[in-house]
Design a binder for this molecule. Structure first.
Ligand code: SF4
Length: 316
């Protein structure tokens, strides 16, 4: 870390103390942001921490829908995000007006939405899920329940395949998780025959099928800590390798390559918009702030709180 970054880190710590602010960072953030955060976690953990914090300000180092989720849960707190342009291609693949029309066309279905959605989509949802609890929440409904699942078609297909359900899927996807190359992962597996292929369920079915383990970001991290394996080919956003390596210094983590070898497409360009400098400025000037319409918030909080309640009952 250079002197400028050290000064920024010191400044961020001072501002957090002075303003009673807390930094929540997603596993897909740059390593220097993960290192300064009060908590690092996946979407479920970030929502859980936001719901219980006593801080006056929450700085969400992640993408916009994560900030919205924190604001929905904590309307009286100031929720900041270092870069307001940090969006999400998966959330963008589910425009609220189109999704609402789809829901209205199927009044006999309940609606389960992945947390990677806007507040307006959550407002027409019965229960929110994350990749950590999606299977258990889907299975908590009777087998013959008609379900709409959105917006990720890959996660929806995966949950259908492991639960035997036939949920009606919204046709959305994440541009990072859809980019991984099956051929290149198979070639890597030949190069590292003892490596375990570990995969996020937002990836396409053929990659899931050749994987040794499939799970949420938090589940992948836990697997690498408890596994006897020494090498892992990691098919999710490569930022999580920072945390994996911290827990397992003796293990090797190989990022799964994207189809296009000319881009760093296994990094989420939205997540990487956040920097230490932007984090410092957002704490100093208390902007950009996440704002959610109160009418939408009151509807959106219901399916999020249902998810948090079921997750707590399941010990997740
Ligand atoms: S990795 Fe994909 S799902 Fe996650 S924030 Fe980036 S675009 Fe959205």
């Amino acid at each position: 870390m250079d002197t400028k970054d050290e000064q920024l880190v010191a400044g961020i710590r001072q501002l957090c103390k002075k303003k009673n602010a807390i930094i929540l960072a997603h596993y897909y953030q740059e390593g220097d942001i993960q290192d300064i955060a009060d908590y690092v976690g996946d979407s479920l953990a970030l929502a859980q921490w936001a719901a219980k914090t006593t801080a006056d300000i929450i700085v969400l180092c992640g993408v916009h829908f994560m900030g919205e989720t924190a604001k929905i849960l904590c309307p009286d707190k100031k929720v900041l995000i270092p870069d307001l342009n940090a969006g999400c291609s998966l959330a963008d693949s589910c425009p609220a007006d189109e999704f609402t029309a789809f829901v209205n066309e199927h009044p006999d279905h309940i609606v389960i939405s992945y947390v990677n959605t806007t507040a307006s989509v959550k407002a027409v949802t019965d229960i929110v899920v994350t990749s950590t609890n999606a299977r258990q929440i889907v299975e908590s409904f009777p087998k013959d329940t008609k379900i709409i699942f959105g917006p990720d078609r890959n996660l929806g297909n995966y949950i259908n395949s492991i639960t035997g359900r036939d949920m009606l899927l919204w046709n959305g996807a994440c541009h990072v998780h859809e980019q991984f190359s099956l051929e290149k992962i198979i070639a890597l597996k030949k190069q590292y025959p003892d490596a375990a292929v570990i995969t996020h369920p937002e990836c396409k079915q053929p990659i899931i099928q050749i994987s040794d383990f499939v799970g949420s970001t938090a589940a992948l991290l836990k697997y690498t800590i408890s596994s006897d394996k020494k090498q892992f080919i990691v098919a999710t956003e490569s930022g999580v390798i920072h945390e994996m390596q911290k827990h397992s210094l003796d293990k090797e983590f190989i990022p799964a390559p994207p189809n296009d070898s000319t881009c760093a497409c296994n990094e989420c360009s939205f997540m990487r918009l956040n920097t230490l400098e932007k984090l410092y400025n957002c704490l100093k000037y208390e902007t950009p702030e996440i704002v959610v319409d109160e009418g939408i918030r009151q509807k959106a909080v219901i399916p999020i709180e249902k998810m948090l309640k079921i997750s707590a009952e399941l010990g997740l």
